[in-house]
Design a protein around this ligand. Structure first.
Ligand SMILES: Cc1ncc(COP(=O)(O)O)c(C=O)c1O
Length: 433
C-alpha cells in the first residue's frame, strides 16, 4: 500500500493500481507561469455578478409575493436529471445553434438534455454503466486524462488510435474494431472523440472524418462518445457535431460543459440515446443524488439572456492568447513540432531532440516558476493500454510512451505573461537541449 504502509485499511484494488491524476497533482503547485490545467482565465465576471444580483432580487420578490416554494427549490435537492428551465434553455440552444436533433415540442425537447455535475461526471458514469473488467474502448493517442482515469478505474482495455493534424484517422478506427473482434473476441463499447479542438492535441476533426466516424459506428454498432467541451471556444467557423448527424439518436453520446463557455459551476449537459438514459440517471443518483440547484438557476439566466452578448469577446480573447503562445513557441523554443489549434485551450509540443519532459518539469520548470503537463500523462498505464499499429495492421500492447512531449494551456494567463513564461521555458529547454 502506498498511502497506507501499515495496511490497516482494506481499500479496493484500483486505489493501489492507479495513481492520482497528473493534473490534480500539478494543481497543487503555485507557479507564476501556469500553463498546466485547462483553467478558464477569461470569464465574464461582471455578468455573473449582475446575474447574482438579479437572481437575489427575483428571489426577494418571490418571497414577498408568497412564492415560497419557488425560492425553496433553488436551495434544495434538484431532480437527478436537472433543473427543467435550464434543460429547456440548453435544449433550444443545442437544437437551433448546433442542429442537434431534438423534438420540437418544448416539453419533450428538454427531457433529452441531462444535467451532470461537470461533464467529467458523464465520463465516469459512462465507465460505470458500460465497462466490465476487460471491456474495450477506443480513444485517440494521446487522449484526455479525465477520460483515461475512469476507464482504468473500471479496468477497461484502451485501444489508442494514432492521430495526425486532423485528429483520429477513421480508417484506423475501423480496422481497430475489426481486429478487436478477432483478437479479444469483443467489440469496443465505445469510441471516445473530441472533434472540436481536442484535449490535449488541439486538433480539430474535419466534416468528412466526422461523417466517416458516424458511418463506422452505425455499421459496426459501436457507440461514439463525442466530448464537445470546447464547442463554444472556436476561432473559426465550426463543422457540425457528429451528434447532429445522428438523426435516430442512437449512436452518439453528446457531452457538453458549461465550464469553458460560462464559468466553473460544475455543471455539464448531455444528450444521450434514450435507451441508456435510465441507467445513466441511476448511476448519477448513486453518485450525487443531483447537481446543485443554485448553480443551475444562475446558468439558466446566463444562457437565456447573456451568453451571446459576452461569449464572442471571450472567444476573441482566447484566440489572442493562442496566437501569442504559438508565436512565442516559434520564437523561443528549441526545434520541435507544435499543433496549430483553431479553438480550445491547448497547444501540443514535441521536442525534436530526445528529452524526458516529466523529469524536466519537476527538476527544472516548476522550480523556475513555470508549469505544463507532460505528454506522458495523456496515455493509459501500460497494463490498460493497447495501440493500433497501421504498419502491421495489428493491435499491440502499449509498451513505450514518448517522453519528449508536453501540453501547454494558453487559457489562464494574459498575453504578456504567456510571452514571458514561454520565453523563460524556451530558454530553460534550450539550455537543457
Ligand atoms: C475534453 C474535456 N472533457 C471534459 C472535461 C471536464 O470538464 P467539466 O467536468 O468541467 O465539465 C474537460 C475539462 O478540462 C475537458 O477538457
Amino acid at each position: 500500500m502506498v498511502y497506507d504502509p501499515e495496511g490497516i485499511y482494506r481499500l479496493s484494488a484500483w486505489t493501489d493500481l492507479i495513481p492520482e491524476s497528473e493534473i490534480r497533482r500539478l494543481l497543487r503547485f503555485t507557479v507564476k507561469y501556469y500553463f498546466a490545467g485547462g483553467k478558464p482565465g477569461i470569464l465574464p465576471l461582471e455578468t455573473f455578478i449582475n446575474i447574482l444580483e438579479e437572481l437575489a432580487a427575483e428571489q426577494r420578490e418571490d418571497l414577498k409575493k408568497g412564492n415560497f416554494f419557488n425560492v425553496l427549490g433553488q436551495y434544495n435537492y434538484e431532480k437527478t436529471a436537472g433543473y427543467d428551465p435550464l434543460r429547456l434553455v440548453l435544449a433550444k440552444r443545442l437544437k437551433y445553434k448546433d442542429g442537434i436533433p431534438l423534438p420540437n415540442d418544448e416539453n419533450e425537447m428538454k427531457e433529452k438534455v441531462i444535467i451532470t455535475t461537470g461533464s467529467q461526471q458523464s465520463l465516469f458514469i459512462l465507465g460505470d454503466i458500460f465497462i466490465d473488467p476487460g471491456d474495450i474502448v477506443i480513444a485517440p493517442m494521446p487522449t484526455y486524462l479525465g477520460f483515461l482515469g475512469p476507464m482504468m478505474r473500471f479496468d477497461a482495455r484502451i485501444i489508442l488510435i494514432p492521430i495526425d493534424d486532423k485528429g483520429m484517422v477513421p480508417e484506423y478506427v475501423e480496422k481497430a474494431i475489426e481486429i478487436s473482434q478477432k483478437k479479444f473476441n469483443k467489440k469496443p463499447d465505445f469510441i471516445y472523440v473530441i472533434p472540436d479542438s481536442d484535449n490535449p492535441s488541439g486538433t480539430t476533426m474535419p466534416i468528412n472524418r466526422r461523417k466517416k466516424l458516424l458511418e463506422i459506428a452505425q455499421r459496426e454498432k459501436v457507440l461514439i462518445v463525442e466530448d464537445a467541451a470546447y464547442r463554444e471556444i472556436q476561432f473559426r467557423e465550426r463543422d457540425p457535431p457528429i451528434k447532429s448527424m445522428d438523426k435516430e439518436n442512437k449512436w452518439v453520446c453528446y457531452l457538453r460543459t458549461t465550464s469553458k463557455e460560462a464559468a466553473v459551476f460544475r455543471v455539464g449537459y448531455a444528450v444521450l440515446p434514450d435507451a441508456i438514459v435510465p441507467d445513466f440517471l441511476k448511476s448519477k443518483g448513486y453518485i450525487d443524488l443531483a447537481t446543485a440547484a443554485i448553480g443551475q438557476a444562475i446558468l439558466k439566466i446566463y444562457y437565456e439572456r447573456y451568453i451571446d452578448k459576452v461569449l464572442p469577446e471571450t472567444v476573441r480573447g482566447y484566440e489572442k492568447r493562442c496566437c501569442t503562445m504559438r508565436d512565442s513557441i516559434d520564437r523561443y523554443f528549441p526545434e520541435g513540432y507544435r499543433t496549430d489549434p483553431t479553438g480550445g485551450f491547448f497547444i501540443w509540443w514535441e521536442s525534436k531532440k530526445d528529452v524526458d519532459l516529466k523529469a524536466f518539469l519537476e527538476k527544472v520548470a516548476i522550480p523556475n516558476d513555470v508549469s505544463y503537463v507532460p505528454g506522458a500523462a495523456f496515455y493509459p498505464l501500460p497494463r490498460f493500454g493497447f495501440v493500433y499499429d497501421p504498419d502491421t495492421n495489428d493491435i499491440i500492447k502499449l509498451s513505450s510512451i514518448k517522453k519528449n512531449t508536453m501540453r501547454l494551456s494558453f487559457s489562464y494567463l494574459p498575453e504578456d505573461m504567456i510571452e514571458e513564461g514561454i520565453k523563460k521555458l524556451g530558454k530553460l529547454l534550450s539550455e537543457k537541449l
